[in-house]
Design a protein around this ligand. Structure first.
Ligand code: MF3
Ligand code: CO
Ligand code: CO
Length: 271
């Protein structure tokens, strides 16, 4: 297993790509309102990326082995959609929760980040799911340091999700990122401490837990992309791109609004 260690020059490019991806989420936040279609959110983000940022939306026509090209520039995953929701004509309605996942390419390097947004007033369960998932992501990030293991990240996420009565999706994981959208290593969101790859300064990967209110099982829709919960329970996801440093980690996909959380959840305080 070859995990690419980024040079200082590459890390600088990853910082720029990461910040730009986060800024797309800041840009789109005010448009995530009752009655807007996910297709319109895609169109707005596409224009912002291509014309304002001069970035390339990585999802557009992305076609990993076994997949048809992804037809849009962002992923929009509403309610029981776990991930890879394809923007379309569906209008957001009161109480919906939506994940918007942005990946940009700038100067050859990828930045990948997603947040949850509420449409109107979420149910108590939906709000708790989004908040706990946000905490799961940060607990995962907080366990990243040189010398720690990948299993430490998965353990931190899994224990927090399950202690709150939620479940961790197993089929999708975080991933190394750089010149390639998805590279080694695979970053599982479940696991046991002290197991798996040992982290080294210069590694860059995403942490992007998908947490279900019900059972962990998922199903792929006929469009070949959209992933939903099998039991139709709600699902939430947050994602940051992270750099391993000697001292700990650096989150590459921060922006002014990212520390408030798209839901207003805030960076959680925890021991
Ligand atoms: N951004 C997603 C991730 O976090 C991948 C989306 S692939 C796409 O890994 F083709 F659906 F965009
Ligand atoms: Co990702
Ligand atoms: Co993503």
């Amino acid at each position: 297993m070859a995990v690419h260690i980024k040079s200082p020059e590459e890390i600088q490019k990853m910082r720029i790509a990461g910040r730009l991806a986060a800024e797309v989420l800041d840009f789109i936040a005010p448009y995530v309102k009752l009655g807007v279609t996910t297709g319109e959110l895609d169109r707005l983000c596409h224009v912002y990326m291509v014309e304002q940022q001069k970035t390339t939306p990585a999802p557009l026509n992305y076609a990993p082995p076994g997949y048809q090209p992804f037809p849009k520039s962002i992923c929009t995953s509403v309610n029981h959609v776990v991930c890879h929701g394809v923007p379309g004509e569906k209008k957001l309605k009161p109480g919906d929760i939506i994940n918007i996942d942005i990946t940009v390419i700038k100067d050859g390097y990828h930045g990948d980040t997603s947040r949850m947004f509420y449409v109107g007033q979420p149910s108590i369960q939906a709000k708790r799911l989004c908040e706990v998932t946000y905490e799961c992501m940060w607990r995962g990030i907080d366990s990243v340091r040189a010398g720690a293991c990948l299993g430490d990240i998965g353990y931190a996420i899994q224990t927090h999700a399950e202690r709150n009565g939620f479940s961790v999706v197993r089929e999708f994981c975080g991933h190394g990122i750089g010149v390639k959208f998805h590279e080694e290593p695979q970053v599982l969101h479940y696991g046991r401490p002290g197991t798996g790859l040992r982290l080294e300064p210069g590694m860059t990967f995403t942490i992007e837990p998908m947490i279900n209110a019900g059972k962990p099982d998922i199903r792929q829709l006929a469009d070949g992309w959209t992933i939903v919960t099998k039991d139709h329970s709600l699902s939430a996801q947050w994602e940051h791109t992270v750099l391993v440093t000697a001292a700990g980690n650096e989150v590459l996909t921060l922006s002014p609004a990212s520390l408030e959380g798209g839901t207003g959840a805030g960076r959680p305080a925890h021991a």
